[in-house]
Design a protein around this ligand. Structure first.
Ligand SMILES: C[S@@+](CC[C@H](N)C(=O)[O-])C[C@H]1O[C@@H](n2cnc3c(N)ncnc32)[C@H](O)[C@@H]1O
Length: 215
């Protein structure tokens, strides 16, 4: 069996043994693919379900997300929050705001989610909140900047999740030198060297880094 066929079979197995995507997320994913460029940026079913599970396990009161895109991951994370919890999601592209909002409403999580439009690096310093969970999924060149801006806003024992840390395998390739891959490689090295945090990578989809800030 070729590696590609094996991946397809494994993916199908994972999907077959994971709770089905609900109709709102299914439609959001489909419409994202019809209407927007780079639709593969949307989190998608398996990782979305994992994010929802992590959120349910932590039961966060305050979540910060960097990179809303069309809102898939925000909905998944919002579902697991403690009653009364709040999620702030930051997105640079203002053309996505209304579309994402319409799906927050359809998913019934609109009262839990605040959308902020602009550059995360400009917005984060003005946020006066301590977060239980931060999800980093913005520009790959900027991951280290995001991390340095949010780490003091994560509560001791709190979590940061960072998506795409395998970056299609380019993070493992010493010859890689494009800016996005270098951004991920620099971020991964910074996390590796930081002894104030615990970390582990889940190799689902494009690699999800789980980080826990030590008490
Ligand atoms: C990979 S997508 C996010 C996917 C989203 N989490 C989901 O589940 O569908 C990355 C998004 O980050 C946004 N972005 C890039 N740089 C940013 C920045 N500096 N501040 C805020 N958003 C940024 C992009 O416009 C893009 O929509």
């Amino acid at each position: 069996m070729t590696a590609k066929r094996m991946t397809t079979k494994l993916e199908q197995f994972l999907l077959d043994h994971t709770t089905s995507e609900d109709s709102v997320l299914e439609d959001l994913y489909r419409q994202t693919h019809i209407r927007f460029v780079n639709p593969n940026m949307a989190t998608g079913h398996l990782q979305g379900k994992l994010l929802e599970f992590i959120s349910y396990m932590i039961r966060p009161e305050n979540i910060l997300e960097i990179g809303t895109f069309t809102g898939y991951s925000a909905i998944c994370l919002a579902r697991g929050m403690k009653k009364g919890g709040k999620l702030i999601t930051i997105e640079l592209n203002d053309e996505l705001t209304a579309f994402a909002r319409s799906y927050f409403c359809r998913a019934g999580v609109e009262s839990k989610i605040t959308q902020l439009t602009g550059k995360a690096q400009d917005i984060i310093p003005s946020l006066n909140q301590i977060y239980d969970l931060v999800y980093i999924d913005g520009d790959k060149r900027e991951y280290s900047e995001y991390y340095q801006l949010v780490i003091d806003k994560v509560k001791p024992g709190g979590f940061i999740l960072a998506d795409n840390v395998i970056w299609g395998g380019k993070a493992l390739d010493e010859e890689t030198n494009d800016p996005q891959s270098l951004g991920i490689i620099t971020f991964n090295m910074m996390i590796k060297k930081d002894s104030t945090i615990e970390k582990v990578i889940i190799p689902l989809r494009d690699g999800l880094m789980l980080i826990r800030k030590k008490n």
